[in-house]
Design a protein around this ligand. Structure first.
Ligand SMILES: [Zn+2]
Length: 388
């Protein structure tokens, strides 16, 4: 059977002979729809009044799954043109990038994924960002040359990047793009390189072995670039500087923020003795407990709780928003946390000496005092309601 997506990539609709395999699975001749194969998503569209839900290779045959039954006979088949142009643009761009990477940078392609948002090429060795940008520029020159993407058969002196074992004949289909690429391939491509419009290399990621390059081609590449341009424009307006100055400006702000955080921590550290002395101290079953609420950042809570426990020779409870930290000389830390959890809920745990966790809601100092001083047997989940 003739695969029309190999020989006539600009054909988006025609009458086909349908053979019904079951009521919702058919084969068509000629084959208009590209199946899910070689890392490229399947075509979508319609045959007769049925929608194509999937296109798969089954025992060497290209089988279409439909949303409703369709009988054998002649029917009009129509591709989703936008979807095809997207996948074919990504795939054609991949040929150009892989071909140029091979000839110009001696980079071998070892894996390809054609996605609906972005696509990737895995290279065997590492690539730096500057080389990736050169590759992008060279690829755009090939787009501008507007070369015909040719299909030739049985040219065995080419590279093969894909697993071709599914192909149901001896026929080897080779895709040629001028001097830039010639590789065995089973996918659907655009007619001319100019149809791709734009190829953008958008990211590089170092893998365990080699590099993964992410790219976008066609209208989605324009949309991606427009989003990035808008973001950069906003950042320039916020920072009052040029695009090239943004990384330096951001680094400067990060450094300043880190230095300020350190200075603030130092100031809080100096405040700890004062916070120990100003804590509310209550009696809980014959033992003293110091309480401080929302007076310092959470990361210093443990230190303050330990100082307070030491100061009152009992327990120290420090609450910041909903996080809680308890230290105890009298081995009550876990029990005090449990009382608060019984009253309002939350999570966490620890030992008789130290416990920490979260409270299910923000409590005032007065509420905490009330819960910790309530007789032991009165604690229940309904504390706030019953106490009013
Ligand atoms: Zn291909």
């Amino acid at each position: 059977m003739e695969r029309l997506y190999w020989t006539e990539p600009t054909r988006f609709e025609l009458e086909v002979d349908v053979t019904a395999l079951t009521d919702r699975r058919i084969t068509i001749d000629p084959i208009l729809f590209h199946p899910e194969e070689g890392g490229q998503p399947a075509d979508t569209g319609q045959v007769g009044d049925a929608t194509v839900m999937g296109v798969h290779l089954v025992n060497g045959q290209i089988v279409l799954s439909l949303d409703k039954p369709l009988g054998s006979g002649k029917h009009l088949a129509r591709l989703d043109r936008k979807h095809r142009l997207h996948t074919a643009s990504q795939h054609s761009a991949q040929h150009i990038l892989s071909g140029l990477a091979d000839t110009r940078f001696n980079l071998k392609t070892v894996g390809v994924h054609i996605g609906l948002e972005r696509s990737t090429i895995d290279f065997e060795t590492t690539v730096d960002w500057s080389s990736a940008q050169t590759l992008e520029s060279c690829a755009m020159e090939v787009v501008m040359e507007n070369l015909v993407i040719e299909t030739v058969f049985n040219d065995t002196a080419v590279r093969s990047r894909f697993d071709l074992k599914h192909i149901d004949s001896e026929l080897i289909r080779v895709v040629k793009i001028g001097q830039y690429d010639a590789s065995a391939c089973c996918g659907a491509h655009v007619h001319r390189t100019g149809d791709i419009g734009i190829i953008r290399v958008v990211d590089l990621e170092t893998r365990k072995q080699g590099t993964r390059l992410s790219f976008i081609a066609g209208p989605k590449a324009l949309a991606f670039s427009q989003t990035e341009t808008s973001v950069l424009r906003s950042l320039r307006q916020l920072s009052h500087c040029a695009t090239e100055e943004l990384p330096g400006m951001l680094q400067k702000q990060w450094d300043r923020s880190a230095a300020l955080s350190k200075a603030v921590d130092g100031l809080y550290d100096q405040m700890l003795p004062t916070l120990v002395n100003t804590a509310v101290v209550v009696e809980t079953e014959g033992s003293k407990t110091g309480i401080q609420v929302n007076t310092l950042p959470g990361k210093l809570s443990g230190k303050l709780a330990a100082l307070m426990a030491d100061h009152v020779q009992g327990s120290g409870v420090v609450v910041s928003d909903t996080s809680i930290c308890i230290h105890s000389k009298t081995m009550m830390a876990k029990e005090l946390l449990q009382r608060l959890h019984d009253a309002v809920g939350g999570r966490g745990g620890g030992s008789p000496h130290a416990a920490s966790g979260m409270l299910a809601e923000v409590l005032t100092r007065e509420q905490i005092v009330s819960i910790l001083q309530a007789p032991k047997n009165r604690h229940s989940g309904s504390w706030l309601k019953t106490e009013g």
